[in-house]
Design a protein around this ligand. Structure first.
Ligand code: ME8
Length: 656
């Protein structure tokens, strides 16, 4: 891994480019937040940073998802790309470049690279005979199937027998093994390095790098019958985005310092095919490829778009806003904090609401929030909100600040976010301890003004350093703290070099705002989360599962789904989106339902529609009207259709 004091001043970091078969979820967000955090950290250090992300668009997987939506692939991809960009904006991701593999320039680069490898004899024509997993876009020999299915995702594979082009990956096996041996920082963490080594030692086959031609994939420039394999196309993005082959820009940035990926795409792709292609092109390899763990469901399954068992991070943040009084920006940053603090970066983790809320209360509201909320009122009370001079006795936290800075640098050099945050939290603890021990309220009472000023200066200065250090993890919260300290208004610099004691300018005016982290009542909050997204509570195994994860058949059976007929539909006065429906489900009275359908549906068009009603949903009151269930509708944000039955079934019929 690049040491903390690397001499080069550029830092090129990449995320995988994500398939556009569906919307972004917590897994993609994890990699992208981690990359954003590293990018922000290196910017703070004064390095020139290039942080790239993007989307992987050709391939059967995407084409099939588009067909299922009855859309042209390009139109479908355009829509999903917007969802990714919106998610990154919402999660405070500050990338420098967003690459789409349908960009015309990228297509040219891929074709150039392919031609070059054909010309140099690295790619040759052959015949592929084997299997293909569309969800993983992976070629698989029969020997690697598990019970006839894909060893990665467990799904059906398709038999393929067709002429194809092959890249001579096998030729690079020894060189790669040697490289990995000599460069332990190349593949991290070490457990993953061993996996790659074992994979290569198991015998590396030449990689099939084309498929029978489809309209949606990039054509092989010299052969109309073939398209370029989506993985060769996708890996090339890291070259295109820095101007390969002949741009001056390319010379500035190549190779990447860090490539972050999930462990799913290491062994076959980033750990073997990718470096072998780079070797064939005579290009230096990335300094570090770091393969992190997965966010998994409670059942131990990987969350993935294809399996449809995913969590939406922004939805989690919105729910956090609902149950606390935190702002959306604070909720998003709190989730960023949780993701990077809770699970060591290389390992798998599973999301749980109790864990998130505990971190929110203990680390954010208690430790960090309290430090701020105790100090600023003392400043108001005793020092008229003006930062004092660091007179005699100040500088008590200087050593701890130096220790923390070094610890964070070491942790970030190892891409160990958790260790970095743990170190910062020790500094927060030191600030709180100083307040406890020196008790400024007593110093004031005893008229020890010089000492009082020294303590408050030290604690404020420590908060200033903390705001810099947490910036990469929680950028909006760091800004808010700087705002409250008056640092923004004073125009003080926000650099890593300023993480030293006694750099807080005396005389600036602090501006205490509302507490940033209102404490959450965990028990009450858990019961207030909407039923659809109610989290798993470890103490109550039969409670609702977290939103988006898989459910057991027993859990599903807890839902009472009934066929209903809408017998009345009215707009709710002064509520643009709401309709009040009366739905006959064969009971002695129709159910009253308040539904957010008014934007998309005229009440009259819903009359007599046969719908599916969740009949045992806890009643709730919306705009003063009791809603006794929920009708099923289609659509991510806005309902675009209501679910109905394809034959006439009597009201009250059970849906299973
Ligand atoms: O594989 N936990 O795209 P993809 C943690 N297009 N990270 C996860 C995750 C989970 N449950 N699910 C996804 C592709 N990720 C290719 C990449 S790159 C040249 C081409 C993250 O949309 C993780 O980074 O399937 C994983 O490697 C990536 O999303 C896969 O995204």
């Amino acid at each position: 891994m690049a040491p903390a004091n690397r001499s080069t001043e550029t830092f090129y970091i990449t995320t995988p480019i994500y398939y556009v078969n569906d919307r972004p979820h917590i897994g993609h967000s994890y990699t992208t937040i981690a990359a954003d955090c590293l990018a922000r950290y290196h910017r703070l250090r004064g390095e020139q940073v290039l942080f790239t992300t993007g989307t992987d668009e050709p391939g059967q997987k995407v084409a099939r998802s588009a067909a299922a939506r009855d859309m042209a692939p390009q139109e479908f991809a355009d829509e999903v790309v917007e969802a990714f960009k919106l998610m990154w904006e919402r999660l405070h991701i500050d990338y420098d470049r967003f690459i789409r593999t349908t960009d015309p320039n990228h297509v040219k680069v891929v074709q150039h690279l392919f031609r070059r490898l054909v010309d140099s004899g690295e790619i040759y024509v052959g015949q592929y005979q084997g299997w293909y997993c569309v969800p993983c876009e992976t070629y698989l020999p029969a020997s690697e199937l598990q019970d006839g299915a894909c060893p990665q995702c467990g799904r059906q594979v398709e038999e393929v027998a067709e002429p194809a082009y092959f890249f001579r990956t096998s030729q690079y096996a020894d060189r790669l093994l040697r490289y990995i041996e000599e460069h332990p920082e190349f593949i991290m963490p070490s457990s993953r390095r061993n996996e790659v080594r074992t994979f290569i030692e198991g015998g590396m086959r030449d990689a099939c790098v084309t498929r029978a031609r489809t309209e949606w994939d990039i054509p092989v420039p010299t052969d109309d019958s073939q398209s370029i394999y989506v993985w060769l196309d996708a890996l090339t993005n890291y070259l295109t985005v820095v101007g390969y082959p002949d741009d001056q820009y390319f010379q500035t940035w190549w190779p990447p310092q860090v490539q972050l990926i999930g462990k799913d795409i290491l062994t076959r792709f980033h750990g073997t095919l990718w470096p072998a292609v780079l070797m064939a092109l005579d290009l230096p390899l990335p300094e570090t490829i770091f393969a992190h763990g997965w966010w998994i469901t409670d059942e131990g399954d990987k969350m993935s778009k294809s399996k449809g068992n995913v969590l939406d991070p922004y939805e989690i943040a919105r729910q956090l806003v609902n149950i606390s009084d935190a702002t959306t920006a604070v909720a998003v940053d709190s989730l960023r904090y949780f993701l990077l603090r809770e699970v060591p970066f290389g390992l798998d983790g599973s999301f749980s609401w109790p864990a998130l809320l505990t971190r929110f209360n203990a680390d954010l509201a208690n430790d960090l929030g309290n430090l701020l909320n105790r100090t600023l009122p003392l400043m108001e009370r005793y020092l008229d909100s003006r930062v004092p001079q660091p007179g005699p006795g100040a500088g008590e936290l200087a050593d701890q600040i130096d220790i923390t800075r070094t610890a964070v640098e070491e942790a970030m050099a190892q891409i160990d976010f958790r260790a970095a945050l743990e170190a910062i939290w020790q500094l927060i603890a030191a600030g709180n301890k100083l307040l406890d021990e020196r008790a400024p309220w007593n110093l004031y009472k005893d008229a020890k003004l010089v000492e009082l000023e020294a303590v408050l200066y030290d604690v404020l200065d420590c908060i200033r350093v903390i705001a810099i250090m947490i910036g990469p993890f929680m950028p909006a919260i760091a800004d808010e703290i700087r705002e409250q300290l008056g640092l923004e208004a004073a125009g003080t610099s926000q650099t890593w070099a300023a993480c030293q004691a006694q750099q807080l300018p005396p005389g600036i005016h602090i501006r205490r705002g509302k507490p940033i982290f209102p404490r959450v009542d965990v028990k009450r909050s858990l019961s207030r989360l909407p039923a659809r997204a109610k989290p798993a509570d470890n103490d109550q195994p039969s409670a609702q599962p977290p939103a988006g994860t898989t459910v057991t058949i027993d859990q599903f059976n807890q839902l009472e789904l009934k066929v209903g007929v809408i017998v009345e539909a009215h707009r709710v006065p002064a509520a643009d989106k709401l309709l009040r429906l009366l739905v006959d489900i064969g009971e002695d009275q129709p159910r009253q339902i308040v539904a957010g359908l008014a934007d998309q549906f005229n009440p009259r068009e819903l009359l007599n529609q046969r719908v599916i009603l969740v009949a045992n949903l806890e009643p709730t009151t919306i705009r003063g009207i009791e809603s006794q269930g929920m009708i099923l509708a289609v659509g991510d944000e806005e309902p675009i259709a209501v679910v109905t039955t394809n034959r006439e079934c009597p009201p009250g019929s059970t849906v299973r």
